[in-house]
Ligand binder design. Structure first.
Ligand SMILES: Nc1ncnc2c1ncn2[C@@H]1O[C@H](COP(=O)(O)OP(=O)(O)OP(=O)(O)O)[C@@H](O)[C@H]1O
Length: 277
């Protein structure tokens, strides 16, 4: 697997407060990497540095090639923008040199996927928090980045937008994009994350990666595929009221999530589990 970027011995402090101590991370292509940690642990700082938006006090960021396309969604996307989503996305696309015809196509597809098309001619500063967040996500994926950095992207998104984002991330990953993201509560991302790192006391715990060995419990709803018993990746399934619970090996959970979404089902939750308990 090729390396896409490397953060080497990053240190960062604000005033006297040291936030990151000598943090290093190898970022390989086609990976989904979660950076987790408590409030104030330095996740957003780390992501801003990885995105090249903030400079570390010392340390280096090495990218595998020049002019790497990097998409970044901040924790809070600016809400004071007086543009409409349509104007703003065209503007961002032009800055990034996307040809007009392709840009037009991508913007209308993404607006539709996030059910934002009906808001596309309202000013961003008049939109709801979740719809503003969607504009933030679309501007970051518009240029089909090689590195996509998402700081708590689920915040404010309804379940259908969360699922759309999940399926877009899976598609981007197939096209070689690496995704670096952070989230708080157990999230629907758990099924597609390849590696999990924790920031504690300013240090990145490199050892704590989630190798895809365990089991995942995927809770689905509105799922109409009756052949689920025959899916070889599903180890066990159980009906509970309007839900269908699928137990799958973690390494197959990404495929299953996609298959459920493509079959018109929705994903209510994804959790790690240990069937031996
Ligand atoms: N621009 C800044 N100026 C001063 N202090 C800052 C700045 N940005 C972050 N900090 C401080 O650095 C520490 C880490 O903040 P950061 O936002 O990176 O944490 P986080 O893990 O993303 O938190 P949360 O989960 O609450 O979003 C905090 O103590 C914060 O107050």
């Amino acid at each position: 697997m090729k390396q896409l970027a490397e953060l080497k011995n990053i240190n960062k402090k604000y005033g006297k407060k040291k936030v990151l101590y000598d943090v290093s991370l190898h970022i390989k292509e086609k990976q989904v990497i979660a950076i987790l940690g408590e409030n104030g642990s330095g996740k957003s700082t780390f992501l801003r540095i990885a995105a090249g938006i903030e400079r570390p006090d010392s340390g280096k960021i090495l990218y595998a090639f020049k002019n790497m396309r990097t998409g970044y969604v901040p924790e809070r996307f600016p809400k004071y923008l007086r543009f409409t989503p349509d104007e703003y996305l065209h503007y961002i696309g032009k800055i990034n040199g996307i040809p007009e015809a392709i840009l037009e196509q991508r913007i209308s597809l993404l607006l539709r996927r996030f059910q934002l098309d009906k808001w596309s001619n309202r000013r961003i500063n008049e939109l709801s928090k979740g719809n503003i967040q969607k504009v933030g996500i679309i501007q970051a994926i518009l240029q089909q980045p090689e590195l996509l950095i998402l700081d708590e992207p689920l915040s404010g998104l309804d379940i259908s937008a969360q699922q759309e984002l999940l399926s877009i991330i899976s598609e981007l990953k197939e096209q070689k994009t690496t995704v670096l993201l952070t989230y708080h509560e157990a999230s629907i991302f758990e099924g597609i994350v390849d590696q999990t790192y924790y920031i504690r006391d300013g240090r990145l715990a490199e050892e704590m990666l989630t190798e895809k060995q365990g089991m995942k419990l995927i809770e689905t709803k509105g799922f109409i595929d009756s052949d689920v018993e025959e899916w070889k990746e599903v180890l066990y399934s159980e009906k509970r009221e309007d839900r269908l619970l699928l137990y799958v090996s973690s390494k197959n959970s990404n495929q299953i999530l996609m298959r459920v979404l493509k079959s018109g089902g929705s994903i209510e939750s994804v959790n790690s589990t240990d069937v031996n308990n």
